[in-house]
Design a protein around this ligand. Structure first.
Ligand code: AMP
Length: 192
């Protein structure tokens, strides 16, 4: 089977978790989420763990070298053919690393997916999640900072992959997750 990579170019609070799960169930992808890897690492309260927690709670980005080494370790561990990358690349420097990584892994097809959600809706969802999940990086100040980080660092990544021939954009505003999934599936099937 061809080695495929799906890239989740979605704002971290846009409902991508649900769509990733649908993708895994329907097409057998394995997901690698840098946010999840970091949250796991933070559970070890050593110096690095504390430093990471501080950065994440401030809504900033963790240094690239750290993310890349965690990511490579996880890729080697999972040894999967079809991977969903969630939360990486998050800035332009990581985009360059990512392209090299794809070559190293022998990936033959890349599908960048962007779920577009309006900013007011993103803030509403983030605040809602803060209440439901009690995540320490979901308070109002952090949310504002994360949105800023998104605009400064991640928007250029989206613009970059928007030029890719397999780029897919789906509209996530005011639509239930199942409707978004149907739209995404249709666009994915055109490519298969
Ligand atoms: P997420 O669960 O993807 O929203 O990530 C939570 C937090 O982890 C982010 O706000 C960042 O502080 C950090 N993080 C996740 N992925 C990356 C990445 N690719 N580069 C740098 N920091 C990251």
């Amino acid at each position: 089977m061809a080695k495929q990579v799906v890239l989740m170019l979605w704002a971290p609070w846009s409902g991508k978790g649900t769509q990733s799960q649908y993708l895994m169930d329907a097409y057998g992808y394995i997901q690698i989420s840098t946010g999840e890897l970091l949250r796991e690492r933070v559970k070890t309260p050593d110096e690095l763990g504390k430093k990471l927690a501080e950065i994440m709670n401030a809504g900033a980005l963790v240094p690239d070298e750290l993310i890349v080494s965690m990511l490579e370790e996880q890729i080697n561990k999972l040894n999967a053919d079809n991977i969903i990358f969630d939360g990486f690349p998050r800035n332009e420097a990581q985009t360059v690393v990512f392209d090299t990584l794809l070559q190293k892994l022998g990936i033959t097809k890349l599908i960048p997916i962007y779920l577009h959600v309006k900013e007011e809706e993103l803030i509403r969802r983030l605040l809602n999640r803060a209440v439901l999940e009690g995540r320490s990086d979901d308070n109002e100040a952090t949310i504002t900072k994360r949105i800023q980080t998104f605009h400064t660092n991640t928007q250029p990544v989206i613009d970059h992959y928007a030029q890719h021939p397999n780029f897919i954009q789906v509209d996530g505003d005011d639509q239930p997750a199942e409707v978004v999934w149907e739209e995404l599936k249709k666009k994915l099937n055109w490519q298969k």
